[in-house]
Design a protein around this ligand. Structure first.
Ligand SMILES: Cc1ncc(COP(=O)(O)O)c(C=O)c1O
Length: 437
């Protein structure tokens, strides 16, 4: 049994109410497949794949073996003007699952770095084709694109932006959520496709020749699970192409089988010019992010450059051997075990199970797509977020890990789940909601 740390003060926890956590800590000590165990040995079903990232389940042996083998063989190898075979092997394998045409891979170490890399690539592309006036980046309200300055600038979470200055020239599409029109929609809401027309308004306002790229999450995850309305992404694709604006999909959470396809792009039938990924890329066993760029984008930057380095960007750990090895093993598991197909096969059962909670106390809305669900609660009169926080604690104590942001519960379990896991999540959640009521 793992021992509890006796000093909680030194670790300044990220995105955490440190005072509240440290007065009532909940810790995870080990994990396997669909479960975590607490230091005192209690089993907790992982309803969130960690943080939307352990898609193949926890501590999978082929990944563990690949990491330990590589750590003993090549602990580190630079990828600046030198490289190692694993970085190439992983990129080639990855390019076989990315959406058609997005087959040039640039490595980062997290989703946030992947986002900033994608934005820089978009700016470099425009410059490389003689469109250097295009420096404006368009994001969307209620978007989350990580925590680096580029991602925060195009993101739309007020609390993330209030303290930090944004890049100049950013502007925003409206978000796509409307409770009155969309409540309890199953999958993509029918209402809201027209909201993509707001991009035409931004083009009219700023001029297309000032806009480099538009970035959106195909499904906004961190701000409460907002599936794209029918026709919305198609329209964004059409407007961006018409005006020479690059379309970036941030697939950091929608990637690697969440929709039953490798990426949401393939599930929804819309292909961006640039795509970000992280999390399920290595099954979260080693931190890694990546950007997939189209041939058009890559070739313009590389072929139009003067002799020398074409893109002034990169991280010491871009393509780190341990991450590349974990990534190769992860892709192997996804394929060998048909993990994406399992997600696709269970998505109908998942959807019905989630929507069965409609009559549970305080449920204000339920949204879903693939193996993702968002359950929005009516806020407690005592304060926003308090009710969901209580449900989170109760669920944890009942043996199911959920995630809450504000009054929205987000669910995204590992994709090796079976029907019994879905039933357990629903039963415990109902129990927690009833007790909270
Ligand atoms: C869509 C999206 N982009 C970027 C990120 C940031 O990823 P990371 O926390 O690995 O930096 C996240 C994290 O949840 C995300 O959901």
């Amino acid at each position: 049994m793992a021992s509890l740390p006796n000093d909680l003060s030194a670790f300044w926890m990220p995105f955490t109410d440190n005072r509240s956590f440290k007065s009532e800590p909940r810790l995870l000590a080990r994990a396997k497949d669909m479960h975590y165990w607490t230091p005192d040995g209690r089993k907790v079903l992982d309803g969130t794949a960690g943080l939307w990232c352990v898609n193949a389940g926890h501590c999978r042996q082929p990944i563990v073996d690949a990491i330990s083998r590589t750590a003993a063989e090549l602990d580190f190898g630079p990828t600046f003007s030198l490289a190692h075979p694993l970085a190439f092997e992983f990129a080639s394998k990855l390019a076989r699952v990315t959406p058609e045409g997005l087959d040039h891979i640039f490595y980062a170490n997290s989703g946030s770095e992947a986002v900033d890399t994608a934005l820089k690539i978009a700016l470099a592309y425009q410059r490389s084709i003689g469109q250097g006036t295009r420096t404006r980046l368009i994001g969307r309200s209620r978007a989350y694109h990580g925590v680096n300055f580029g991602g925060v600038s195009v993101g739309g979470i007020v609390t993330n932006r209030r303290v930090y200055p944004s890049l100049p020239g950013t502007d925003y599409l409206p978000h796509t959520f409307n409770h009155g029109e969309q409540a309890f929609s199953k999958g993509q809401p029918a209402w809201g496709g027209h909201l993509a027309d707001a991009l035409e308004d931004l083009v009219a306002l700023h001029g297309a020749d000032s806009i480099a790229a538009v970035i959106v999450e195909p499904l906004a995850g961190s701000t409460g699970v907002l599936p794209p309305p029918v026709g919305y992404l198609e329209k964004l694709r059409q407007i961006t192409t018409k005006h020479g604006i690059l379309l970036i999909f941030d697939e950091v959470i929608t990637g690697f089988g969440r929709m039953g396809t490798p990426f949401a792009s393939q599930f929804l039938g819309v292909t961006p010019d640039i795509m970000t990924m992280a999390k399920g890329l290595t099954n979260a066993a080693v931190p890694m992010g990546a950007v997939a760029a189209s041939g058009m984008v890559h070739d313009a930057i590389v072929n139009n450059a003067a002799p020398g380095i074409e893109l002034f960007h990169g991280y010491t750990y871009s393509g780190h051997p341990l991450a590349a090895a974990a990534g190769i093993a992860t892709l192997g598991l996804y394929q060998d075990e048909g993990i994406f197909d399992n997600a696709a096969a269970l998505s109908g059962y998942w959807q019905d199970a989630m929507h069965s909670l409609r009559d549970a106390p305080h449920v204000h809305d339920i949204r879903d797509m693939g193996i993702i669900a968002g359950i929005e609660l009516t806020p407690s009169p005592k304060g926003a977020g308090l009710r969901a926080k209580e449900v989170f604690h109760r669920c944890f104590d009942l043996g199911v890990l959920i995630r809450v942001t504000g009054d929205i519960i987000a669910l995204s379990p590992p994709l090796i789940l079976q029907r019994e896991h879905i039933d357990e999540i629903v039963d415990r959640l109902r129990e927690a909601l009833e007790v909270t009521a």
